[in-house]
Every structure is written in C-alpha cells, then in structure tokens.
Design a protein around this ligand. Structure first.
Ligand SMILES: [Zn+2]
Ligand SMILES: [Zn+2]
Length: 148
C-alpha cells in the first residue's frame, strides 16, 4: 500500500488530455501482458491504481470530460488522447471504483514506485530486469491485502 495522499496530476504528449487526483494511490506495478504491451507499443508498462473518488479527467480544457477510449475487451476502456495518440489509462468493470493510470503520464513519473510485477509469464525474453519485486505469473490477487 502506498500512502501518498497529496494531489497528483498527469498529461498526454500534447497536453490536450490531463487528469488530477487526490488521495491514496492504492497500488503500483509493472504489467507484462501482451494487450498492455501492444496498447502502449512498449516492452513493459507501469501502472498506478487510483480510486475513482477524487479522480478527474480534463480534455481540451473541459473539466470532467472523458477522453476517447478503445474497448479492448468486454467492459474495458483503454483511454487515449485522440490528438496525439498517447495511451492514458485502463478502466474495467471487473475492477469497480478504480482507474489504472499509465504511470509514465504522471506530471512527475519519478514520483512513482512500482512494488510488483503482473503477467510476468508474458515477459519478453530479451527484457532483463534485476529488481527483487514479486513477480505474479498472471494477475495479482484482487484483494490488495492478499498482495505481497
Ligand atoms: Zn495528447
Ligand atoms: Zn496488462
């Protein structure tokens, strides 16, 4: 559990899509799944989980407007900026009450500390990582208290 409670913000490459949130980041991880990899065209994706309470989008200066999204599977929205194409976030009906932000879109991505890996069985063989974080072969347990 990450206990940062200050407000944070992020934006896409062209700054048309922005977000802000208050309150705790409930988790932070790396995802190696193929869908995230293709969505971000990156070998590995870093996420933070944030409660939807206290989270706000801003698109084209319009407060509270959702950005464009691609429904990559049933009940899933993968948000992106429709001007510059930056992937922004993942939201799914099977994770109610939270949004998963692509951490590289944070105003200050240094202000982020991943604590585990998910879908590690899909990791690219040429990607070498030397951290000692826990590696879940698939998803992490839904209950945060069950996570390492
Ligand atoms: Zn943009
Ligand atoms: Zn993924």
């Amino acid at each position: 559990m990450i206990t940062t409670t200050s407000s944070s913000s992020g934006h896409c490459l062209c700054r048309n899509v922005r977000y802000r949130f208050e309150g705790p980041r409930t988790w932070a991880c790396f995802c190696h799944c193929e869908e995230c990899r293709r969505n971000c065209a990156a070998p590995i994706v870093a996420y933070i989980g944030v409660p939807l309470d206290g989270f706000r989008w801003q698109v084209n200066e319009q407060e509270g407007t959702e950005p464009a999204f691609y429904p990559s599977s049933q009940g899933v929205k993968r948000f992106f900026c429709n001007q510059c194409g930056t992937p922004m976030a993942f939201q799914a009906e099977h994770y109610p009450g939270e949004i998963h932000l692509y951490a590289a879109t944070l105003e200050n991505p240094q202000d982020f500390e991943p604590s585990f890996h998910v879908h590690y069985r899909e990791k690219l063989s040429w990607l070498h990582l030397d951290d000692s974080l826990h590696r879940y072969p698939g998803s992490a347990p839904a209950d945060p208290d069950q996570r390492i």
